[in-house]
Design a binder for this molecule. Structure first.
Ligand SMILES: C[S@@+](CC[C@H](N)C(=O)[O-])C[C@H]1O[C@@H](n2cnc3c(N)ncnc32)[C@H](O)[C@@H]1O
Length: 318
């Protein structure tokens, strides 16, 4: 039976609620990038009513910014309605989505404008297709131009360093800037979220870093530290400040830890947010998942172990 979640007080939300929740609305993808394990090629879109119930619950848990992801979200027939629901009914502070852009047509861009989408991240890895990825400028240039002409939302162009010949990443960043879009880079990770880069790719990363606006929230020094020292410790708040909710409605710390921690979103309570805020994750030192790091960064100064029993008795509201 689903437990009802009481409205969480402002103070408790301030302490433990998700800054950023990602919801998988369809696990199927139209592409099959070899570095990615976040898709299948057969599943159906999750029902609109089920997704709305999950969004309601994410709102009750205190989610500040919502991101619709996949798989490939543009394969969901109700994507505009979901965006509208997030923006105008639930009124998340930020309503965003990620796409590989292949299925973006002018009509869909207009529908997303009307629905109130605020940010779209479009993933472009390089210039020419290769065995790893076809999410490249050669295939997507027209989609970028169409976004430039019609989109009223912000567009972030995101390249994965490590999925294409390194020099191609420069061209992606350059093209994003020419079009007035915000460039972003992700470091390729293995299937447990750990960094995987060659010497050459690292050099490219250092050069690219100089081309990216410093204001990007996750673009802190952690990647340099990780590259130099093999790890960049942080206090991961996955399951609390950041929630990844898969197509089955299970909450995990992130997309790469679904086998390690999973709990039904509809049963997720304030106590779960609080416990996961403090839980130590053994993968955190080498984690390259920018969204988890960004959502965790505000609370870096706070402890990462559950307050001891004595402390709990003294401060039951901690
Ligand atoms: C799983 S995709 C879902 C949305 C959409 N299909 C897309 O391609 O943008 C979300 C993002 O994760 C990135 N990603 C997937 N696997 C990755 C990996 N091993 N290392 C780094 N980024 C990865 C993708 O490139 C994409 O930017």
């Amino acid at each position: 039976m689903i437990k009802k979640t009481a409205k969480i007080s402002f103070l408790k939300r301030l302490r433990y609620a998700p800054w950023f929740s990602q919801l998988v609305i369809v696990r199927r993808c139209n592409l099959s990038c070899s570095y990615c394990n976040e898709f299948d090629q057969t599943s159906s879109p999750v029902d609109l009513s089920v997704l709305k119930a999950r969004l309601d619950k994410l709102k009750v848990l205190g989610t500040y910014a919502i991101n619709l992801t996949g798989g490939e979200p543009t394969l969901h027939p109700d994507l505009p309605e979901l965006i509208r629901y997030c923006r105008h009914e639930l009124k998340f502070f930020k309503t965003t989505m990620i796409s590989n852009g292949f299925l973006l047509k002018e009509e869909l861009i207009h529908q997303l404008n009307e629905a109130g989408l605020q940010d779209m991240q479009i993933s472009i890895d390089g210039v020419e297709p290769n065995r790893s990825t076809v999410k490249v400028l050669k295939s997507l240039e027209q989609k970028l131009v169409s976004l430039k002409q019609h989109a009223k939302f912000n567009v972030v162009v995101s390249a994965v360093v490590g999925s294409c010949p390194p020099e191609e990443s420069f061209r992606v960043i350059q093209r994003a800037k020419e079009l007035g879009f915000k460039p972003r880079v992700l470091l390729i990770h293995d299937h447990s979220g750990q960094v995987q880069l060659s010497e050459e790719q690292l050099k490219v990363f250092y050069q690219i870093k100089k081309m990216i606006p410093k204001s990007f929230p996750e673009f802190t020094d952690y990647r340099e530290t990780m590259i130099a020292e093999g790890k960049a410790p942080f206090k991961c708040r996955g399951g609390s400040r950041y929630l990844y909710v898969d197509e089955n409605g299970l909450v995990s710390w992130c997309s790469q830890t679904r086998q390690v921690f999973a709990k039904d979103l509809m049963d997720y309570q304030y106590e779960d947010l609080r416990r996961e805020f403090y839980s130590y994750k053994s993968c955190q030192d080498q984690c390259t998942l920018g969204c988890v790091r960004a959502a965790s960064s505000v609370d870096g100064w706070r402890k990462q172990e559950l307050p001891q029993l004595n402390e709990e008795l003294a401060n039951p509201n901690n």
